[in-house]
Design a protein around this ligand. Structure first.
Ligand code: SF4
Ligand code: SF4
Length: 231
């Protein structure tokens, strides 16, 4: 039977920069209906990986480069997810790929609230890939918050990774909360109704642009914990 080391090597060969494993029962605190076992009842382990986005796209005066890298890397992550599931299948492991972002089914029109079938940032935290910042993004010690996350649910019990122990936000930091032009952050969640008009801005031509990325950009952990000053 394939082991965790082989799976992580396969994920990295496919283009992932990080990979970790969380046991299915670590998700017991997740909302009912959005746990790995709700998606796939045989799930015993969640393989979570991440791919880096080019950091400087977020510093462009135009929002177009940042929008493009987000779209492309999300597609790349979904591609890795499917390839990894196919690889696991060949190795005799039952594997269910989960989309990095959309599609999802849960939608509350009135408050413009969507919920993915599995919270990728929580899955990544539970698999030891990083810690959650007050801007609600996952922060990895080495790669920072410019990462896109993917996951595959498997029926195999694999050696899990420890949850990361480093801290995300320097004491007293509220740069992201203070900088949000919509007042959408409270340090724990993002109010999607307030954020969505800027983070999913639709042009007259129909393009969807990420007009705002301030909460990500102002974070001192953008490029890795304590690494921004080295840029
Ligand atoms: S993307 Fe912009 S509007 Fe949305 S939470 Fe971040 S700073 Fe606020
Ligand atoms: S800007 Fe400060 S408070 Fe916000 S996520 Fe980054 S370190 Fe944490």
């Amino acid at each position: 039977m394939i082991d965790a080391i082989q799976i992580k090597a396969a994920a990295k060969n496919l283009g992932a920069d990080l990979c970790g494993i969380a046991p299915g029962d670590r998700f017991n605190e997740a909302p009912e209906g959005f746990r790995p076992m709700d998606i796939y009842s045989e799930c015993r382990s969640v393989i979570v990986f991440a791919k880096k986005l080019p950091t400087d796209a977020i510093f462009a005066a135009s929002c177009v480069p940042y929008t493009m890298v987000n779209n492309v890397v999300t597609q790349m992550v979904d591609g890795i997810t499917v390839e990894l599931a196919l690889y696991l299948e060949r190795m005799g492991v039952r594997a269910v790929p989960v989309p990095s972002d959309d599609p999802y089914e849960h939608w509350e029109q009135k408050r413009q609230y969507g919920r993915a079938i599995l919270s990728m940032r929580h899955a990544a935290w539970l698999a030891g890939l990083g810690v959650l910042g007050k801007n609600t993004l996952l922060i990895n010690e080495d790669l920072g918050n410019m990462i896109q996350i993917g996951a595959v649910l498997v029926d195999a019990e694999l050696e899990p990774d420890e949850i990361a122990r480093y801290s995300s936000c320097p004491e007293g930091c509220s740069l992201c909360i203070d900088a949000c032009p919509q007042g959408a952050l409270d340090g724990i969640t993002v109010n999607q109704e307030l954020c969505r008009p800027l983070s999913n801005f639709r042009t007259e031509k129909g393009y969807v642009l990420k007009k705002c990325s301030i909460c990500r950009r102002v974070c001192p952990n953008l490029a890795g914990i304590d690494k921004l000053k080295a840029l």
